[in-house]
Design a protein around this ligand. Structure first.
Ligand code: SAM
Length: 244
């Protein structure tokens, strides 16, 4: 088969842990994907090759996990890794994060969200392409459960500082300690990118917050789905093609 720079082959994923896009149609609540839907549900956004999720899920057998990425090969590698480790309480989805949160994730449903080394968009003029912005953090706050946790890790200091500033301006996120951003990661599993940066003696900037206990949030508090955001995932709002 001939491939070009623009048409790369999508590797089929046959893993029982993979949820194909057609299975998501009509699914308004990700908890329905599990045999025991009453267990806490945690989400990793941009799981890459799944090494972080494998360690996290192995340490938390009573939590259901969703690992998502828009990268087909990453989803395949994640499925292989999780299957090999017998981690049947994880589902892997190839889906864009904002789309998933808007379409399939009800308010008050996620006990934790993990975002590790999101694409940094280092050039100043590209910063508006960063996934984690004010609207995204408000969307996450709505999807988190009462006291649900948000974990953000980045190798880029100005991304972490930007996120910390945004979080400080959003009512409902609680900072557990005195430090807004830390480079200490005790007990936090390491992802491929985190390992790579740490091996090069570069720090990882880590942010942890939880949703204020007792905060009343409902579907009405969910920010609208932005139109025209940059993604290669097909999306009713922008009709873009699915990339490799
Ligand atoms: C720099 S990599 C980091 C991968 C992994 N978290 C790690 O730390 O090793 C960022 C990942 O996020 C995925 N990604 C980027 N934007 C995304 C989006 N909007 N929704 C879901 N995944 C996304 C990319 O495909 C890529 O695999």
């Amino acid at each position: 088969m001939t491939t070009t720079a623009t048409t790369q082959r999508i590797l089929p994923i046959h893993s029982p842990l993979f949820v194909p896009p057609e299975q998501l149609i009509g699914c308004r609540d990700l908890r329905q994907l599990f045999a025991q839907p009453d267990r806490p549900l945690a989400l990793e956004i941009g799981c890459g090759i799944g090494d972080f999720m494998a360690e996290l899920a192995a340490a938390n057998p009573m939590t259901n996990f969703i690992a998502i990425d828009i990268y087909n090969k990453g989803c395949l590698k994640t499925c292989r890794r999780l299957e090999k480790a017998g981690l049947n309480h994880v589902r892997v989805l190839r889906v864009e994060a904002r789309y998933l949160l808007h379409q399939h994730c009800p308010a008050n449903s996620l006990s934790a969200v993990y975002i590790n080394c999101p694409d940094p968009w280092p050039k100043k003029r590209h910063r508006d392409r960063r996934l984690v912005n004010g609207d995204f953090l408000r969307l996450l706050l709505c999807c988190l459960t009462d006291d649900g946790r948000l974990h953000f890790a980045s190798d880029v200091a100005n991304y972490a500082n930007q996120v910390a500033c945004l979080l400080a301006g959003i009512e409902g996120y609680v900072q557990p300690g005195a430090t807004a951003v830390t480079t200490a990661l005790p007990g936090y599993p390491l992802s491929k990118y985190m390992r790579r940066f740490l091996a090069g003696n570069l720090p990882i900037y880590f942010i942890a917050r939880h949703r204020q206990a007792g905060l009343q949030l409902s579907e009405a508090d969910r920010p609208a789905l932005p139109t025209g955001f940059r993604t290669r995932h097909p999306h009713p709002a922008n009709g873009q093609e699915l990339g490799p």
